[in-house]
Design a protein around this ligand. Structure first.
Ligand code: SAH
Ligand code: DHB
Ligand code: MG
Length: 224
């Protein structure tokens, strides 16, 4: 076994077979997304399991997600919700949102989850107007150049002790490259610089390999 994609995939498959098994609802969500032609860029089963664990760890009752896609991560987040908890997921593409709503409903979370359609930055004022103002966990996984803006917004609205998780911050190592001129990479570097200056953020970034290749996520704990 070398340090190559085949090995990363093999290890993820083993983890899925042992610790992160799929089930009817997750298979259904992936099948519905594939049938509708959505890109297969959802979190991996192992990463999704981590999301469920983090939600339980903070006993989350209110979750915000940026980037619904077909609802795969949404279902795994919702599974960790405390009874009566709510999840708001923001999605710009109405087709993605429609597919996601079906899968979320069939997974049993039709009442707990609301998918709101529109560019996330434009959906945020509406959330506040509806009195949804404080989150226990925020998962940022939409358009990557806006990740710093989403995290900045979330920092103001995540309770002390709550978590903000941002996906796709390492980008095959691009994070280490200054002056790349690539908006997605520059944004992830800015995210780190802004978090470093933010006294209410206790944050780190973990590089990952697996079925989705080489990437990583940032976890922010909002300081009491
Ligand atoms: N969280 C999903 C994957 C999300 S992929 C999962 O792991 O299952 C990124 C999603 O963000 C896509 O569905 C894309 O349409 C959406 N997106 C892109 N730009 C957006 C924006 N400005 N506002 C909200 N969603 C956006
Ligand atoms: C890709 C992966 C993601 O996890 C995501 O949220 C968006 C895009 C990708 O590999 O292109
Ligand atoms: Mg992602």
């Amino acid at each position: 076994m070398g340090i190559d994609q085949e090995t990363f995939t093999g290890v993820d498959r083993f983890v899925e077979a042992t610790l992160a098994p799929d089930d009817e609802a997750l298979r259904d969500a992936l099948d519905a997304a594939a049938a509708a032609g959505l890109p297969p860029i959802q979190v991996s089963p192992a990463q999704g399991r981590l999301l469920t664990i983090l939600v339980r760890l903070v006993a989350a009752r209110t979750i915000l997600e940026f980037g619904t896609l077909g609802g795969y991560s949404t279902i795994l987040l919702a599974r960790g919700l405390a009874p009566g908890g709510r999840l708001y997921s923001l999605e710009v593409d109405p087709r993605h949102a429609e597919v996601a709503r079906g899968s979320i409903e069939r997974a049993g979370f039709g009442d707990a989850v609301q998918v709101r359609v529109g560019p996330a930055l434009e959906s945020l004022p509406g959330l506040e107007a509806d009195g949804v103002g404080q989150f226990d966990l925020v998962f940022v996984d939409a358009d990557k150049p806006n990740t710093p803006a989403y995290v900045a917004w979330a920092l103001e609205r995540t309770r002390p002790g709550g978590l903000i998780v941002a996906d796709n911050v390492v980008r095959r190592g691009g994070l280490a490259e200054a002056g790349s001129g690539e908006a997605t990479i520059e944004a992830q570097r800015r995210l780190h610089e802004e978090l470093a200056r933010e006294p209410r953020a206790e944050a780190t970034t973990i590089q990952t390999v697996g079925v989705k290749g080489y990437d990583g996520f940032t976890i922010v704990r909002v300081v009491e």
